[in-house]
Design a binder for this molecule. Structure first.
Ligand SMILES: *Cc1c(COP(=O)(O)O)cnc(C)c1O
Length: 368
């Protein structure tokens, strides 16, 4: 039996995608091979990576002056690659400035990593309230090499409802947990990156979308594998790319296109999130810790309203356990923040959200 899986990542994949991958496991496109067995430079794999890139360009509306890269190392490696490539300097030269907005634990990690290569300036932070809101950001300064934000904050469950104005300073963004969850104007950004395992495919592939004028700025000492210009010049084939992940992303994108693309997904995702937030708004047992205007439509966090910390913990643990017994799995919050989190990415059907709400109502009734 398939469960409703609310994991934050790796997370649920669409069932039709898994079924198709299973059917094609030993023989894809009549090649007599699995994608896992093919040379990445073969005529058999070429159409697979090209189709994945073309679909991503189509569904995200990526302008022609942007490169699409399929890399490895997760979003976390981008925490290093972004500052290295956009703000790295030759030995002895003064560090360049980079702007960061600290909206969560991943945003903080990104800034900390960048501070090894650049002079990091924090242009906003919501640390004072445990990252439960998106702060009003300060504008960039003219000599900032780039301005970095995390569009959807996976752990606490916030999202930028409107993007900051950065003028001629390139906006760089981590979109790991919201890529293709709703329309996004790619032309507003200099660089976008996303680990695939939240909303796009399996772990192991990272998508980078970079405006061409930002290529070729890395200092000479940058490791070859960490240079965007090398990967762009070789069409993600400088070395062996994560072939199977790229193939699965292609299947996910085909599925998404059939459902109507980012527009349709955005409507459905808002509907799913609205159902959950409406329930939480009326609940006496649970509440959302996140400020209304900053709430994520991908990661809906909630906590028990119980004041006593021990009782609260007991209630939350029991909730997560009893939900799992009903086939509603992976609802525990991130280990650093506790509470509960329902990650409702594209692959989570609205029926799953309704089943979760039904269970919460029942749980609440039994607590009285
Ligand atoms: C999951 C996540 C990361 C970390 O991704 P890895 O692929 O594990 O490195 C970074 N940023 C955001 C927003 C995430 O959701």
């Amino acid at each position: 039996m398939r469960v409703y899986n609310f994991a934050s990542g790796p997370s649920a994949l669409p069932l039709p995608v898994l079924e198709r991958a299973a059917a094609e496991m030993t023989d894809v496109n009549g090649t007599g091979q699995s994608v896992m067995e093919m040379s990445h430079r073969s005529k058999d794999f070429k159409p697979i990576i090209e189709k994945t890139e073309a679909l991503l360009r189509e569904l995200m509306g990526i302008p022609p002056n942007y490169k699409v890269l399929f890399l490895q190392g997760g979003a976390s490696l981008q925490f290093s690659m972004v500052p290295l490539n956009l703000a790295g300097v030759e030995p002895g030269s003064p560090k360049k400035k980079a702007a960061y907005v600290e909206t969560g634990i991943f945003a903080k990690k990104a800034a900390e990593e960048a501070s090894k290569y650049a002079e990091v300036h924090t242009r906003g932070s919501s640390k004072d309230k445990a990252y439960t809101y998106i702060p009003a950001p300060l504008p960039p300064e003219a000599d900032d090499a780039y301005y970095h934000i995390t569009v959807n904050n996976t752990i606490v469950g916030t999202r930028w409802a409107a993007l900051p104005e950065t003028g001629s300073v390139p906006l760089a963004a981590d979109i790991s947990s919201c890529i293709l969850s709703e329309p996004l104007d790619v032309s507003r950004f200099g660089l976008l990156y996303a680990g695939a395992q939240k909303n796009l495919g399996p772990a192991g592939t990272t998508v980078v979308i970079i405006r061409e004028d930002l290529l070729g700025k890395a200092p000479s000492w940058t490791p070859t594998m960490l240079r965007y210009d090398i990967h762009a010049g070789e069409a993600s084939m400088y070395n062996t790319p994560p072939c199977y992940g790229i193939y699965i992303i292609g299947l996910v994108l085909e599925w998404l296109k059939e459902l109507g693309g980012a527009d349709a997904m955005g409507k459905l995702n808002r509907e799913k999130a609205d159902l959950l937030y409406a329930y939480l708004g009326g609940s006496k047992l649970f509440r959302s810790p996140v400020e209304k205007s900053s709430r994520s439509i991908m990661n809906v966090t909630f906590v028990s309203t119980e004041a006593d910390p021990d009782k609260r913990k007991e209630k939350e643990t029991r909730f997560v356990k009893e939900a799992a017994a009903q086939g509603l799995v992976n609802l525990a919050g991130h280990r650093l923040v506790g509470g509960m989190r329902a990650s409702i990415y594209n692959a989570t059907p609205i029926e799953g959200v309704k089943a979760l709400i039904k269970f919460m109502e029942k749980f609440e009734k039994n607590e009285k």
